[in-house]
Design a protein around this ligand. Sequence first.
Ligand SMILES: Cc1cc2nc3c(=O)[nH]c(=O)nc-3n(C[C@H](O)[C@H](O)[C@H](O)COP(=O)(O)OP(=O)(O)OC[C@H]3O[C@@H](n4cnc5c(N)ncnc54)[C@H](O)[C@@H]3O)c2cc1C
Length: 502
Amino acid sequence: MRTPEQYRAGLAKMRPNLYIGGEKVGRDDPRILPGVNVMATTFEIAQDPRWKGVATATSSLSGHEINRWAHTPQHPFDLMQKQKMIRLGAQRVGGCIQRCMGHDAITSLSIGTKEIDDKYGTEYHRRFCDWLTWYQDKDYCAACAQTDMKGDRTKRPSEQVEPGQYVHIDEVTDKGIYVSGCKVCITMAAYADEILVLPTRAMMETDADWAVAFAIPGDDPGIKQVVRPVWLHERKEIEAPFCNFGVSDSMIIFDHTFVPKERVFMCREWEFGRRLAMLFADSHRHSYCGCKPAVSDVILGATLLAADANNISKVSHVREKMSAFALNSELAFAAGVAAAMYGEKTACGTFFPNTIFANVGRRLMGENIYHEYNMLTEIAGGLSVTMPFEEDFINPETKPYMDKYIVRNPKLSAEESHRIWRFVENVSASAMTSWYQIAGVHGGGSPIMETIALNIDFDYEARRKVARYLAGIDKELDQSKELTRQPTFGCNLMEPEEFGDA
Ligand SMILES: Cc1cc2nc3c(=O)[nH]c(=O)nc-3n(C[C@H](O)[C@H](O)[C@H](O)COP(=O)(O)OP(=O)(O)OC[C@H]3O[C@@H](n4cnc5c(N)ncnc54)[C@H](O)[C@@H]3O)c2cc1C
């Protein structure tokens, strides 16, 4: 497995194809460094013996020890370890660990390619497994480019005035395919080795050219990435780990870009557009059941520090709000564990989380994201947006006043108080705050998509039957299979001793 230094050295060798603020830049541009630091952390964690079995896994393809981010889950325990890895890693970087999307794309392609092959006798699954074995052995990281620009939301891909609103196939040759179009909001693509391109929606036969999935190097000469980095205001003296991290999202432009055949995993099988899109989204919502509790942990941590600084930690309305944080994050985490326990073994061997539990866990956190920031703001007061700059805490003319008046709780020093309020500012009132709020609502699909996913899979009829029986309309009660189903854990897919201490 690669060390963080090897990952960074790999970036340095990549062809510059990033555009930021009107300039063409390489992967050494300081504006993407905060995001690179997040990605490097995922390599660092895998090297740490304390994280063995959590951040590492045994490849189902090669039998080698690999970074868990490159692993396709094989049983419920794998899914639970993934959730744990995400939460632990995300706490360390103060939020999004950014590698879930690539992992979820791998999961969805492993299942989707097998299903396409089973129907059409194609060879996508073999190609994908070859690519994945190579990817695991290289210990690469991947972004997932699913979201298309989408143009007019009321029109299908084939109905758009500009066909590139959705990435599509221009031409198919013996050697591969040529694609054009634009993907947007693609997190960490600027510092990913590979980009996995997936369809974003259900297709009809007229949309067949838009039904395409493939892998492409992040620095492929055929693509341009127009990148928007987000990072925190740099600190002058009071450095803190939280300030080292940030994120970048890319618009990825394909302009008659060649993709070799061996990297193409779907080519015009339009009936599978929806399936691949949903496999990614549902796997991603399971990942959220590890990530969003970690984001909540960070906001709660900031809230606790703000309460300490204001010396109101024991006040009843503060304690009430603390328990509201605990309720959200642990229910979402528990939904992820339930999704793992009640998941299913798919035909290709990949173990897939239960979609109901994954969706309700994600939805709970999405609905509460602004509420969590609101609780922090209520407890912190207005200083998070009105505090003078750090330089004014350094300038000898103002420093004595700053140091004297920043202290509200006599148990805290001036520096501790200043650090707390700077952290609260960073968490609750920075460019990163807005990123997390909007990611909380839209990441993994807009809220309506969770409603759609739930309405597809949730057994509403079973609840109607319960009510009909209780109301005396029906004489017998035919109870929902979902309530009588055994968790997969009981089906010998996972030996209890595998739980170990990890
Ligand atoms: C911080 C962040 C990081 C992200 N990272 C990634 C990533 O790494 N990879 C990736 O692929 N994507 C990523 N995304 C994209 C994310 O998945 C999308 O933002 C999400 O799916 C919503 O799509 P959209 O932004 O196009 O909004 P839309 O889908 O356009 O939604 C906007 C509104 O329009 C409504 N709407 C849309 N279509 C219709 C219709 N036909 N009829 C009626 N109403 C409609 C929606 O319900 C919603 O209310 C990221 C997003 C964010 C915010």
